[in-house]
Structure formats: structure tokens, C-alpha cells
Design a protein around this ligand. Structure first.
Ligand SMILES: [Fe+2]
Length: 281
């Protein structure tokens, strides 16, 4: 069956149909998915729920799998898959602006070589709500005026495991996880995509503490103005999950944020795989 590609949002995302995930992907299908991933930044495949080892096999078509930070999320049958439970409490829902996963972020930017892609499969979903928002940081970069683009090109952000600038505090870690994340990573604010050669913003509002080259006030002013810029609908796609959906997105040129709008106590559960990335330049 031929593959069919349907854009999902005006700014990013495409759904691919016609795949048979019960068999290994052909080279042609793998190449087609990679092309969609690079041009639309986010691929959606509607699927049955995969066993963790099948999910790993699917992910390995697109890169090397990266072990993830939190040991207590490892799937018991397959440690390269993390189990992401995001049930909300009434207390959290009283202040949804303080829910950390609801903040715009890209995964694992506190590492010197952040993962290039995240694959998430929906296993259990609330009856309503619980979407994930995505932001296209290439489009956001291209929409800036050329003077601001030039100013940003020489700047680097310090990405920390936690920062007072984030709207909510980071999760507790074990001693070993603390050691693995104690050194901040410094990344360019404008990076060049290693596969497409295009420039985009590289931002994470849960992790960016300051701009290395500026004093705190100047740094805050620029980070605040970048937040206001990227927080515009025209750069966004809002994914309403169906059970079994597999999303694979490019962490190098997008951010994402969960929407905490579902009933307290209701389970929202995904399986997650990360693919190794490279040093941002
Ligand atoms: Fe995330």
C-alpha cells in the first residue's frame, strides 16, 4: 500500500498512513518517514498499541536509542522505553500554570548532546483533554526581523536542570541522576539543523537560566521577548491524541507542552523513546 502524507497543522506536523507496523519497515518507507520528519518536524502514525520491544524496533529505524535519565520510569520489560504517567491532582489543577510539563520545552537540553527526537505512543488517555502542543522554531526564527536574528546569532543560553525562570520546579532526582545533570549545558540560541542546514531558534523555557554573554536584566528581557514571540498560535500545532498514536518529533527545531485540562485522577499514559542527538551548533 502506498504511503499517504497529510499535513496536520499549518505550521508543522504530518500524518502518514499506509504503513504496516506488524512487519519491519522497508527502506523506502523508512526514507519516506525520515523525509516527512525533516520537512514537517513532527510525524504522526496511527497505530495499535505496540509492545515495548516493537516500539523500540520501530524507533531504531530513525536513529540510535538513548537511555533516559529517570530510572523509576524505565519500562520493566524494556528499559529504553520510559513510562510517562501524567495523571493530575486537584492541587495541581488549582494552579495549572505551575505544572511543569505544561511549559514550552524541548527534551533534555540540559545535556551537552540533547536527543534529536522523541517518540511518544499514547497508551491510556483521558476521555477529553490532554492534548500536546508543538511549536515550530524554524518558522519562529524566520519570522524575526533580520536585526534581531543577527543579535541572537552570537548568543548562547545556559540550560540548567532547574532554574528560577521556569514556571514550575523540576522533578526530584536520585543522587546518581543529580550527578548526571549537575553541570549546565551551553547551547547557541540560533542553531543550524545538522540535516537540513536551515537555521532555527533553540529554546527551552523550563531549562534556560540566562544568556551567557549578557547581564541578568538584559538576558531576562531577551528571553521574555522570545517567549512572547514563540507563544503565538501561528507557530503552533495542537495534537489531540488517539490511543495508539505514535508521534515522532524533531527536538532540534521544535518545542512542546502538555495541556493540563483533564479531570484529576484520570490516567494519561504514554511510552517514550529518545533518539541520540548531536552537539548543537
Ligand atoms: Fe517533553
Amino acid at each position: 500500500m502506498a504511503l499517504s502524507i497529510t499535513p496536520l497543522g499549518k505550521s508543522l506536523g504530518a500524518e502518514v498512513t499506509g504503513l504496516n507496523l506488524s512487519r519491519p519497515l522497508s527502506a523506502a518507507d523508512r526514507n519516506a518517514l525520515t523525509t516527512v520528519f525533516l520537512s514537517h518536524h513532527l510525524v504522526c502514525v496511527r497505530s495499535e498499541v505496540l509492545a515495548p520491544n516493537d516500539f523500540v524496533r520501530f524507533g531504531a529505524n530513525f536513529g540510535k536509542l538513548q537511555p533516559q535519565l529517570y530510572r523509576n520510569r524505565f519500562h520493566p520489560d524494556e528499559p529504553l522505553v520510559s513510562v510517562m504517567r501524567s495523571a493530575l491532582t486537584s492541587k495541581q489543577l488549582a494552579r495549572p500554570d505551575r505544572i511543569r510539563v505544561a511549559g514550552w520545552h524541548t527534551d533534555d537540553s540540559y545535556f551537552p548532546e540533547p536527543c534529536k527526537a522523541t517518540l511518544l505512543q499514547a497508551i491510556e488517555l483521558p476521555a477529553t483533554g490532554g492534548a500536546t502542543r508543538f511549536c515550530n522554531l524554524k518558522a519562529a526564527y524566520e519570522a524575526l526581523d533580520s536585526t534581531f536574528q543577527a543579535q541572537l546569532t552570537n548568543l548562547h543560553a545556559v540550560h540548567c536542570y532547574d532554574t528560577n525562570r521556569a514556571h514550575a520546579r523540576a522533578k526530584d532526582r536520585t543522587n546518581r541522576e543529580t550527578q548526571e545533570t549537575e553541570n549546565p549545558a551551553v547551547h547557541p540560541i540560533v542553531r543550524t539543523h545538522p540535516e537540513t542546514g536551515k537555521k532555527n531558534l533553540y529554546l527551552n523555557f523550563n531549562r534556560m537560566d540566562r544568556i551567557l554573554e549578557l547581564d541578568q536584566n538584559e538576558s531576562n528581557a531577551i528571553l521574555d521577548s522570545l517567549f512572547a514571540h514563540i507563544d503565538q498560535q501561528r507557530f503552533h500545532y495542537h495534537h489531540i491524541w488517539q490511543r495508539g498514536d505514535i508521534l515522532m518529533w524533531d527536538n532540534r527545531c521544535t518545542m512542546h507542552a502538555a495541556v493540563p485540562d483533564y479531570e484529576p485522577g484520570v490516567m494519561r499514559l504514554h511510552h517514550r523513546i529518545l533518539l541520540r542527538g548531536e552537539v548543537p551548533v
